[in-house]
Design a protein around this ligand. Structure first.
Ligand code: THU
Length: 142
């Protein structure tokens, strides 16, 4: 495992930010609110929520919203950690599409999912997306 893990204070801030982000979720269809907070390599936190769409398929998950907003607004280069919050009894892991998008900026990132119950997911993206395709695979293109 490589990369810097957040310290306890940073995890606490990430958890708080993810909880707040979930309040912005636009979920008229699923009613399943998700908040995400990411920690960038400069120590800044960025948030995202899921934003659903009447077409259903164009729904954007909280984790991807966080990554895209952080890149668009702050030009982030690296993501060290992501925290996902759902107001559910059990924690929610990131979906496959979000794992791939997270991998772009932080293949070694820590992943934590929290909820309103006691359960916690505390893992890494390498565990959730083993053998990932990413920027490294495009390095040798001619
Ligand atoms: N969702 C997320 O925001 N993140 C995930 O990783 C899993 C799913 C959202 C998408 C949709 O708005 C709702 O949860 C139900 O799938």
């Amino acid at each position: 495992m490589t990369g810097n893990a957040p310290n306890n204070e940073q995890w606490a801030e990430l958890e708080m930010a993810a909880r707040l982000a979930a309040r912005q979720a636009y979920v008229p269809y699923s009613k399943f609110a998700v908040g995400a907070a990411i920690l960038d390599g400069a120590g800044k936190i960025h948030i995202g929520c899921n934003v659903e769409n009447a077409s259903y398929g164009l729904t954007n998950c909280a984790e991807r919203t966080a990554v895209y907003a952080a890149r668009a607004n702050h030009g982030i280069q690296d993501v060290l950690a992501v925290c996902i919050y759902t107001p559910t009894p059990t924690p929610t892991p990131p979906c496959g599409a979000c794992r791939q998008v997270l991998n772009e900026f932080g293949p070694a990132m820590r992943v934590r999912a929290i909820c309103d119950g006691e359960d916690l997911i505390d893992t890494t993206l390498e565990v959730l997306l083993p053998g990932a395709f990413g920027p490294k695979n495009l390095k040798n293109a001619s």
